[in-house]
Write a protein that binds this ligand. Structure first.
Ligand code: B3K
Ligand code: ZN
Length: 883
């Protein structure tokens, strides 16, 4: 058994802490080989809890001394806890000093204090602080921090921690020091320090209330020219939170630091956000429009945590969605508000729903399904999931829908009035939103609404309609259900806001509104129609549910052409494509029988030719549903067949709409200075899609002109979006020019790690041709630039293959699964968090057709049989194998 607890933790076992830690003074002697940490705490007993021993968490620490009120004391170690039994009685505070050492250079898990490129970084959420010092490492213990950093000034000229810099200077031994005081109490997971050779972009701003703030973005010396967009995004975030939610920046100084070794996207440490370089660094030569958009939303997300997460935090980790669901909702709203036009807002909404449906819906239907507020976990790091984040955000969005935008802002204000500075629960949040809106449907149905927090699984809403031509009555029946999920055989009805509109046969809007479904089944009646209306259901994707309605093609074509709701307009196009893909996959025929009908092709052609639709929207409509999304609609999945079907459909779109793709490519060139705004990036995206289709068409026609033009574009492009789209078009189409383009791309960007990640990912994720991808992936792993210890690089090769390339991964000979199990085991010894993410690539193995199903099971069992697995991986594989 490895170090650390290996018991399942239950939400129902929550107990308040037996002690409070009011203040912490930390002194770090920073040395990569051995860092000394002096931790002086002011502690007192929690008067509400019966007297008991103090149990401090610690992991991979070397303990050298424990002093109580300056005196030595007895202690013992139990399961990674330092247990102190002889502490002063009574409720008076006392001082506890602990000296430990840790080994940052050996820390490959990237949790706690670690070294990356000769600099020190920390990551403490969820339970990393215990790898720095012994502590009550739980979010409901909030303390004031004073931090002194001491280090060699040449190697570590910059010394940062949370809050304000109060003192700095030189020590007698030639080292220098910096002392930081955080004016806010915080849980240990928000602690951070950074030390190294970094440079920063600075910006002084004056907030609406007249207060001055210093914003800083720290990076390595060569990267300063890639920080402008992150800084702009940060300034926009500060302004937005003040304007939309009345939440100002509460710190004199707000810092972002980028590191290339990071387990996830970024971390909201108080006043000292630490970011994966992927979500900070951008200039037009190295970053795509998507990168720019992601940076804006991640910078926003971490900044918004300053209130939703940091000022009010979680009582325990079961409440994680309290901060994550709410903060994702806030960053989604931020991006929408910044995007400028109703069409750009809709594009953002569609992108968000696409993530939800391709990643969260499968999670909710698989072995790792859990409620937005889970009831149990073995390893909390496994619960930073799309359910907690994205479904959690949908739950918050439904609250806003039920109380209105203004009502929601009022609710958020009440939440801060009640709980500022505290560690609270999801219930507390929902209650505040409801109490601020007592007349709302949320307040009236609050207990039922909260089933969104407690019940896992994606609800289905089955819709049936009836039209009586004699009476002119149209009836819409909505019936909800939710399948069993692990540990939850039966479900009760949810509160489901259903956006609903009716169109006439010509596509004119007849009526529209929001119906709140609370019963298992309800029938709505619409009198007075002379002909049967076309229903537009679940407008704006008003709830995270699967909507089942037996739409006819005619109805979908009407919605695609005319619906006033842009989301459903897009959705109609997706449904048309999905029904065709499913028919091909389910049918007995092979490639020759997968023929797209003229009606569908005409509809797509009209979208491409439409004079009023935005390019970004057209690009979304013309992009076929993802293979994983198609797979979710089936009970038994043959990923290679789905891949073949989708490729065949793409080929036909490519050839049948050839002339239109040419026109679209020519007509969407963006001239002038680069700007990642929604209009320009939408045009580049559509031109990129066009180029991809033109290269695909060239494959069957033997045309060399378009691949040549793609190569030219690849060479001459003035920004990474156009350059990468051209490269991807060549690689995806399997063009003869792809190898030389790839080689050239590597040579151009050999010193840009984030661009090399793209280069690796493109090859590992390329369409499989006769089983060629796995050998390529293995070859890539021997490349001099490959390094499995760097999470971004590991993801760019291994995850791009195992998680993002179903056609290449799910091989009938099981070689993909053998590769997967080898990598899970290899990564687990280095970095369990990354390994556990990879372990989830086979979550849905039970749906696979044979022979893949048995082979996948065997591969999972092979991992599970390994002694010494981390809790992270063990939890994932055990759940996967459970009945
Ligand atoms: N709160 C962090 C995630 C921490 C993950 C720990 N395994 C980033 C975020 O959600 O903003
Ligand atoms: Zn977050």
């Amino acid at each position: 058994m490895r170090e650390g607890q290996s018991k399942v933790i239950y939400r129902s076992d929550y107990q308040p802490p037996a002690f409070w830690i009011d203040a912490v003074e930390l002194v770090f002697d920073l040395d990569p080989a051995k860092t000394r940490v002096l931790n002086r705490m002011r502690i007192r007993r929690n008067p509400d809890v019966p007297p008991q021993a103090l149990r401090l968490d610690g992991e991979e620490l070397n303990l050298s001394r424990v002093l109580v009120a300056g005196q030595g004391t007895s202690f013992k170690m139990e399961d990674n806890q330092l247990v102190l039994e002889n502490l002063p009685e009574g409720n008076e505070p006392f001082e506890l000093e602990i000296f430990t050492t840790c080994y940052p250079a050996k820390n490959t898990k990237l949790m706690g204090l670690y070294v990356s490129n000769d600099s020190f970084f920390t990551q403490c959420e969820a339970e990393g602080f215990r790898r720095i010092t012994y502590f009550l490492d739980r979010p409901d213990v909030m303390a004031s921090y004073t931090v002194t950093l001491r280090a060699d000034p040449k190697r570590y000229p910059v010394l940062l921690s949370n809050g304000n810099l109060v003192e700095q200077g030189t020590l007698d031994d030639g080292r220098h020091f910096a002392r930081w005081v955080d004016p806010f109490r915080k849980p240990s997971y928000l602690f951070a320090l950074v030390a190294g050779q970094l440079v920063c972009r600075e910006q002084r701003i004056t907030a609406r209330n007249g207060k001055e703030h210093l914003l800083q973005v720290y990076v390595r010396a060569g990267d300063l020219d890639k920080t402008e967009h992150a800084m702009n995004s940060l300034m926009a975030s500060v302004a937005w939170d003040e304007a939309r939610f009345n939440l100002p920046l509460d710190l004199e100084r707000f810092m972002i630091v980028a590191t290339s070794d990071f387990n996830m996207g970024a971390m909201e440490n108080k006043g000292l956000n630490i970011f994966n370089t992927k979500y900070v660094l951008a200039n037009q030569a190295t970053a795509t429009d998507t990168d720019y958009a992601n940076i804006e939303s991640v910078v926003g997300h971490e900044y918004f945590h300053n209130w939703t997460g940091n000022r009010i935090t979680c009582r325990d980790w079961f409440q994680l969605s309290l901060k994550e669901g709410l903060t994702v909702f806030r960053d989604q709203e931020f991006s929408q508000d910044l995007s400028g036009s109703p069409s750009a807002r809709a594009v953002k909404r569609i992108e968000d729903v696409r993530v939800l449906r391709t990643a969260q819906f499968p999670e909710d239907a698989g072995p790792m399904a859990h409620p937005v507020r889970p009831d149990q976990y073995l390893e909390i790091n496994n619960f930073y999931t799309v359910t907690i984040y994205e479904k959690g955000a949908e739950v918050v969005r439904m609250m806003q829908t039920l109380v209105g935008r203004e009502g929601f802002t009022k609710g958020v204000s009440l939440y801060f009035q009640r709980f500022d500075g505290q560690a609270v629960t999801c219930d507390d949040f929902a209650q505040a939103i409801a109490d601020a809106n007592p007349e709302s449907q949320l307040a009236q149905k609050l207990d039922q609404f909260k089933r969104w927090y407690s019940q896992s699984g994606t609800p289905r809403v089955k819709v049936t309609t009836e039209f009586d031509a004699g009476t002119g009555m149209y009836k819409v029946t909505l019936a909800q259900s939710c399948a069993a999920t692990p540990g939850q055989p039966d479900k009760l009805p949810f509160v489901i806001p259903v956006g609903l509109g009716l169109l006439d046969a010509e596509g004119r809007e007849l009526t529209g509104g929001m119906h709140v479904l609370t019963q298992a089944s309800e029938t709505l009646t619409f009198p007075g129609y002379t002909s049967e209306p076309v229903p537009s259901l679940l407008r704006g994707f008003s709830a995270p549910v699967i909507l089942e309605y037996d739409y006819s093609d005619r109805q979908l074509l009407t919605l695609l052409a005319h619906d006033t709701d842009p989301f459903n307009r897009w959705e109609a196009g997706q449904r048309l494509a999905t029904s065709r893909a499913l028919a091909f996959v389910r049918g007995d025929g092979g490639k020759d029988s997968w023929r797209l009908d003229e009606a569908y092709l005409d509809a797509m052609r009209s979208v491409l030719r439409h004079p009023d639709l935005d390019a970004a929207f057209k690009e979304l409509v013309l992009t076929l549903p993802a293979e994983t999304y198609i797979a979710e609609q089936l009970d038994v999945v043959d990923p290679q067949r789905i891949h073949a079907v989708r490729e065949a459909m793409r080929e036909q779109l490519a050839t049948a709409l050839h002339a239109d793709w040419e026109r679209v490519f020519e007509g969407n060139q963006v001239l002038g200075a680069y700007s990642p705004d929604p209009v320009s990036s939408g045009r580049r995206a559509l031109a990129g899609l066009a180029l991809a289709h033109l290269c695909i068409a060239a494959r069957s026609s033997g045309d060399t002109v378009w691949p040549g033009r793609a190569y030219q574009r690849f060479k001459d492009a003035s920004n990474m979006t156009d350059r990468f789209n051209a490269l991807a078009a060549l690689v995806t189409a399997g063009s003869d020019l792809a190898p030389q383009a790839l080689q050239r791309f590597h040579a151009m960007f050999k010193d840009e790690p984030l661009v090399l990640d793209k280069w690796f990912a493109l090859q590992a994720g390329a369409p499989d041709r006769g089983g060629n991808i796995l050998p390529i992936v293995k070859q890539l792993m021997t490349h001099a630039d490959f390094n499995i210890r760097n999470p971004n690089r590991a993801r760019s090769v291994i995850f791009s293959y195992c998680s993002a390339n179903p056609g290449g991964f799910h091989r009938a000979d099981a070689a993909g699964y053998v590769y997967w199990s080898d990598r899970v085991i290899e990564l687990d010894a280095i970095n369990p968090q990354v390994a556990a993410r990879l372990a989830r690539a086979l979550d849905r193995w039970k749906k696979l057709a044979e022979p893949q199903r048995s082979a996948a099971r065997e591969a999972i069992a092979r991992v599970a049989a390994k002694p010494d697995l981390s809790n992270d991986v063990r939890e994932v594989v055990t759940r996967a194998l459970a009945d």
